[in-house]
Design a protein around this ligand. Structure first.
Ligand code: URA
Length: 438
């Protein structure tokens, strides 16, 4: 294999075939291709792009760099949801048991948060005893018996992606649709679900800032998924403000679990309920359990309101060693006390939120990572108390900070104050679902 020749071919905008892309990734994984050649290749891709066939080949090569789970052992249709990441996004924690209660098998591999976006894995670690590291046999065993399980995406899943992502991060090649597509899909395909629904977030708290970019990525994700025989759907959702009310780890886990209690669909934050219902209904419909969107939504609501989703939740968490106390309001999770509020400086309407800064305020509290090795305070968090378009009066709490350390809380409040604009004129509420693609 001649890495230089592969780089030259891409640099000149010519198409690479499957075999050469496969050789490059295999060579990089084994150490035969050094970082500097891979970095040059990534930059060539950034400038020249990739054809759909090249993107599919890159995804396949990265997928084959590690282990793949065999979901053929499962007795029902398997489905998963992937979110491109945001602030306050705890959907997976209620969607997994809800989808399982609807009759799907949900094998979920999740990652950690980095920068301003949170990760499902960190939220799960707020549950005492919950084991995020199960071997594949135990993992699939729980999915088969209970309907869902969520573990960490360990180093054996698409290891080439971890190393390539680290290089992209330091070579200005993160924002590149074929590279993002291969990165996301190599990991999703490794978990083996037949149906994949993507929650593609856009806005100030997402890494896709506008809908046009998001559509380009969705087209590539769907094409790659289909080329590997998967049923695919994409929902575009707003991330110009946090999702739901709780932002943090223990408090997001609590909000998600509480939403599945009897009456929870009516009392939980409306945006969290709506997005969870829509994504779960898409999984149900696209997987073939129901023929129409209406029938799928009705199945989801029946599983939610009838208590089946809560029953699956309790069984799933216990199967992974988690100790939660459903009889207690806080499910026995360790949530920090309220430390201080950010209040409205004058009467008006909440018009904009820099959602990325809200995520970074969590880092001020020690509850989000600035570096991969950072240890998190899982008990700290925020409550986002108003939504864009809401009228507010002077002194009204906008965000409540939960934290054991007052200095940290002050830092977070100061950042949040600069991130939220109270306009003197009415502001329109933001739509949550911005579109779909299949
Ligand atoms: N998420 C991923 O897993 N990879 C990317 O490249 C971007 C978002």
């Amino acid at each position: 294999m001649n890495a230089l020749d592969i780089i030259e071919t891409k640099k000149r905008g010519r198409e690479l075939d499957d075999a050469r892309i496969g050789e490059l990734i295999a060579g990089f994984t084994s150490g035969a291709v050094p970082d500097y050649q891979m970095a040059a290749f990534l930059m060539a891709v950034w400038f020249r792009g990739m054809t759909p066939a090249e993107t599919a080949a890159l995804t396949g090569a990265m997928l084959r760099s590690g282990e793949q789970l065999d979901t053929a052992v499962l007795s029902g249709p398997s489905a998963d949801k992937h979110s491109t990441g945001g602030v306050g996004d705890k959907v997976s924690l209620l969607l997994a048991p809800l989808a399982a209660a609807c009759g799907l098998k949900v094998p979920m591999l999740s990652g950690r948060g980095l920068g301003h976006t949170g990760g499902t894995l960190d939220k799960l670690e707020a549950i005492p005893g919950y084991d995020i590291r199960l071997d594949n046999t135990r993992f699939l065993g729980i999915v088969e018996r209970v309907g869902c399980a969520i573990i960490g995406q360990g180093p054996t899943i698409a290891p080439a992606d971890g190393r390539i992502y680290a290089l992209r991060d330091v070579t200005g090649t993160v924002d590149c649709v074929p590279l993002i597509t291969a990165s996301i899909m190599s990991k999703k395909l490794a978990a083996g679900p037949e149906t994949i629904v993507i929650d593609l977030k856009t806005g100030s708290g997402a890494f896709m800032r506008d809908l046009e970019q998001a559509r380009e990525l969705a087209t590539a994700l769907i094409a790659v998924g289909r080329s590997y025989g998967r049923r695919m759907a994409v929902v575009f959702s707003d991330m110009d403000q946090p999702l739901g009310r709780a932002i943090g780890h223990a408090n997001e886990t609590l909000e998600a679990f509480a939403a599945l209690r009897p009456g929870g669909r009516a009392s939980a934050p409306a945006d969290l309920v709506r997005l969870t219902e829509e994504l779960t209904a898409d999984m149900v419909r696209v997987a073939g359990l129901e023929p129409t969107a209406e029938a799928a939504l009705a199945r989801v609501r029946a599983a939610w309101d009838g208590g089946r989703a809560l029953a699956v939740l309790l069984e799933w968490v216990a199967a992974q060693g988690g100790r939660i106390e459903p009889g207690r309001d806080d499910f026995g999770l360790d949530c920090a006390p309220a430390a201080m509020d950010l209040t409205a400086p004058h009467d008006g309407w909440l018009s904009t939120v820099d959602c990325r800064q809200v995520g970074l305020a969590l880092a001020d509290l020690g509850a989000a990572r600035r570096r991969v090795e950072d240890k998190l305070d899982l008990s700290a968090g925020l409550d986002y108390l108003v939504r864009v378009g809401d009228a507010v009066t002077r002194g009204q709490p906008l965000v409540r900070v939960f934290c054991h350390d007052r200095t940290r809380a002050e830092e977070a409040v100061s950042r949040l104050g600069a991130a939220m604009t109270i306009a003197r004129e009415p502001a329109a509420p933001r739509p949550l679902i911005l579109g779909r693609m299949e």
